[in-house]
Design a binder for this molecule. Sequence first.
Ligand code: ATP
Length: 322
Amino acid sequence: MTRRMRTVTARGHAKVNLHLGVGALRPDGYHDLVSVFQSLNLSDTVTLELAPDTDRVSEGTIVSGLSVTGMDAASVPTDDTNLAWRAVDKLVDHYRGHHDLEEAQRVHISIHKGIPTAGGMAGGSADAAAALVAAHALLSERLPALTSATLLEMAADLGSDVPFTLQGGTMLGTGRGEQLTPMLSRGTYHWALVFFKEGLSTPVVFRELDDMREQGTAPGPRMETEVLSKALLSGNPREVAGALHNDLEVPARHLRPDVEAMRRAGLDAGALMGMVSGSGPTVAFLCESELHARDVLDDLLADGAYSGTVAHGPAKGAHLIS
Ligand code: ATP
C-alpha cells in the first residue's frame, strides 16, 4: 500500500488596478505609486507536499522541486526564481533565524495557474502570497505562529504586489505599492478579461513610460484617487467606470498596439469602460453585471483569436483551502 503524502493547499487571487498613478523613479529603482487594487475571484492554487519525515534539511532550500500546470504553465519558471519557491525559503529562513528551526521536512510545490503569466494581474505575486500562507500553516503547527505584520513584511520583500495579494479586498497602495490602507467599497464589480498570448514585462513597461515622459509623449503622474473613492462608495459600476485610470496604459499601448484595438472593440461591444490591467497586456472591461460581462466577452472572443474569462471582485486575499 502506498502512503499518501501530507499536502497543504492555498489559493492566491489575481488583481486589477482600478487606479495606477506612477510617479518619479526613486533611487532604489522603484517608482512612487498610488494604486487602488481590487482582488478578483480569478485564482491560482499552490500546494505544498511534505516529503517523508526522514527527508529533512538543516540549511539551504527546503524545496525539492516545483511543477506547474494550467494557463501559460510553460512560461512559469520551475526553479528557485519562482516566487512561490522564494516565498517558502523566505519563511523558513525567518523561522531558522527567530524560532530555532533546526531541521525542516522538504516540500514539493505544485502550482495550478488560472491567472495569465506576465499579464499584469499579479499572478506570480498571488503564488508567493499563497505559498507564504501554506508554508506558514505547516510551520506554525509546531512553532509559534507569526503575526500578520511579520508576514506582510516578508511579502513586501518578495515583491511590491505580494502584500496586496496576501490581503485582498479593495486597498490603496502607496510607496512602491506595498504600503496598504483598506478602502471602503460597496457592491460587486463584474469584469470581462481578455488575455493575450504574449505577455508584457513589467519593468519594460515602466521604462517605456519614463522614456515617453522624457520625450513628452506620455502625460505626467496622476496620483489623486478622490473621484474613484467616492465612486466605490456608490456601488454603481457606471460611476466607477468613469473613475478608472492607469498611467501605464499609454506605454503598454505604445509597446503593443493590439491592446488599444482590443480596448476599442470592447467599448464597441458595450463595456462600460476598458483599460489595461496593471502593466498589461490583459485588457479588463468593467461591465454592469455578470450577464453583461459574459455578453461582452462572447463578442470579443467570437473569432477565436483571443482567450479570456469573466471575473468579479473584490475577492479574498490568499487563504488555505485544504
Ligand atoms: P504584475 O501584475 O505583478 O506586474 P504580472 O502579472 O504582469 O505581474 P507575473 O505573472 O507575476 O506577471 O509574472 C512575471 C514574471 O515573473 C514571469 O514572466 C515569470 O518569469 C516570473 N515568475 C516567477 N514566479 C512566477 C509564478 N509563480 N507565476 C508566474 N510567473 C512567475
